[in-house]
Ligand binder design. Structure first.
Ligand SMILES: Cc1ncc(COP(=O)(O)O)c(C=O)c1O
Length: 475
């Protein structure tokens, strides 16, 4: 070990033991130099390393602070009890530190939220983009403003028809990816201070949106096998003035669970009785392993309360940033918010995707993509069985590209993540999927990349790390 690595490890141990509390200021560079008898460059490099490990974060002109989540090795792994109290959310720092650590191009991307770009028909898509922009009308700058390019909205409406839902194209608003659609829908139905029901574990961006909009969250438990706990939701609806729900009904992120049709119907009926809108995040619906698209909750909506959000980011072109909200009775509000925030999704890109949907063979591509994910899941499952100990609970998804693993309660996923990053492997630790940083003993792995010996080796390394003393929380 170099001098600065040794220094960083010593300071890391202090942080993890809790002797420097989360959020508190670390010693200044001058203090470190004096205390440890090291040079300025050694002290600075030690801090850079601690930052890379997600243990501290720099604050301009103020120094380094212990990052949220850095000192939580001893926290309970238990799920939040249901129905929870509503709470303010403070998740962003933890999520950013985990996402930042995983961004390095050399890393094995088991914690990534994206599938491999090599699985997308990028040359064919580029052809559609070239074709569409060659003939684009100069007036499209105005004509394609929200709700968006008419050709694209018609193609999206046709895809709804293809799964048995008649969705008027007038209710479809094109956005910059599903994330914008979800955020606009949330803004359309809430005001600061309102209470929103989210899943636990659930997609961290829902928590970040709640944090950003100064809302409060009630976490509704999600069972990795049966999905959202409707009894807990019903109790929460009686107890709290819930203004909106943000749920995934197909291939939920992170657990991969899909609600049965009966549960989707019951969910829509329950919310209709309380007149509460549902923001339905369905970005993975097209990635089903069974014959048909699992109908979203939208299919049961009779009151225009379901705002269904989709995207081409997970299936076709993450970088094109095209998604949509089919926003029912809230369409006008969503459309206005779109105009007031980012004005419009890129006009040439909307036209290019519309051309691809009509002429590019999207359904053929989806069949190939689903088949690749199914095979990759089998490979990953075999690798997990080969290298991880028996006590690991694997939750088998029937679509998407995430697998959720539950370890014995003594495992600390944050520490597991930190050690994995040091070895060039990312994973998504359970605590980033809940406002209360629960799911301490769980991780989400991504199998959306073509299988390789490198991935198998990475799982083998994870297996070895699971017996590392610092990954086991002391009783
Ligand atoms: C569950 C879920 N919803 C929405 C999004 C955002 O999708 P988009 O890239 O289309 O904005 C993601 C991306 O990670 C996601 O995992």
């Amino acid at each position: 070990m170099t001098r600065y690595e040794t220094l960083a490890s010593t300071m890391a141990a202090e942080i993890r033991s809790g002797s420097i509390a989360v959020g508190s200021r670390m010693p200044s560079l001058r203090q470190v130099i004096a205390q440890h008898g090291v040079s300025q460059s050694t002290a600075s490099r030690a801090y850079y390393l601690l930052e890379e490990w997600g243990l501290v974060r720099a604050q301009e002109r103020s120094g380094y602070y212990v990052a949220p989540g850095a000192g939580i090795s001893g926290k309970s792994a238990r799920r939040p009890s249901a129905p929870a109290e509503s709470s303010k959310v403070d998740i962003s720092d933890l999520v950013f530190s985990v996402l930042d650590a995983a961004k390095h191009p050399g890393i094995v991307p088991l914690g990534s939220a994206f599938p491999s770009p090599l699985l997308f028909p990028l040359p064919r898509l580029a052809k559609s983009l070239a074709q569409a922009t060659r003939f684009i009308s100069p007036w499209s700058t105005v004509a394609d403003l929200p709700p968006g390019n008419e050709h694209l909205r018609r193609q999206i409406a046709l895809r709804y028809v293809g799964i048995g839902i008649s969705q008027p194209m007038e209710e479809i608003v094109v956005t910059n990816g599903a994330l914008e659609a979800l955020n606009l829908c949330l803004m359309a139905v809430t005001r600061p201070g309102d209470v929103v029901a989210v899943e636990s574990p659930g997609f961290y961006a829902a928590l970040q949106a709640i944090e950003r909009l100064d809302l409060r969250a009630v976490e509704i438990p999600v069972d990795p096998v049966t999905g959202l706990d409707l009894d807990a939701l019903s109790e929460a609806l009686d107890k709290h003035p819930i203004r909106a729900c943000w749920f995934m009904t197909n291939f939920q992120n992170p657990t991969g669970v899909t609600l049965s049709l009966e549960k989707k119907k019951a969910l829509v009926e329950l919310l209709a009785r309380h007149d509460v809108p549902l923001i339905e995040d369905d970005v993975y619906g097209d990635l089903h392993f069974q014959a048909d698209y699992p109908l979203p909750a939208l299919a049961f909506d009779r009151k225009g309360l379901v705002m269904h959000c989709g995207s081409f980011s997970k299936t076709l072109a993450p970088g094109y940033r095209i998604g949509w909200a089919s926003a029912g009775r809230f369409t006008d509000r969503v459309q206005r918010l779109k105009l007031m925030t980012t004005l419009s999704a890129s006009i040439p890109v909307q036209a290019g995707i519309a051309d691809y949907l009509q002429h590019g063979g999207y359904d053929r591509h989806l069949r190939k993509l689903r088949s690749a994910f199914r095979t990759q899941l089998q490979e990953m499952d075999a690798s997990i069985r080969r290298w991880l100990p028996n006590g690991v609970r694997r939750i088998h998804p029937i679509g998407g590209y995430f697998i959720w693993l539950e370890f014995p309660e003594a495992i600390d996923a944050m520490e597991f993540h930190r050690l994995a990053i040091e070895r060039g492997i990312s994973l998504a630790p359970g605590p980033i999927f809940s406002a209360s940083h629960a799911f301490q003993n769980c991780i989400r792995l991504n199998y959306g990349h073509p299988w390789s010996a490198r991935i198998d080796d990475a799982i083998c390394t994870l297996g070895k790390l699971l017996v590392h003393p610092s990954v086991r929380v002391k009783p």
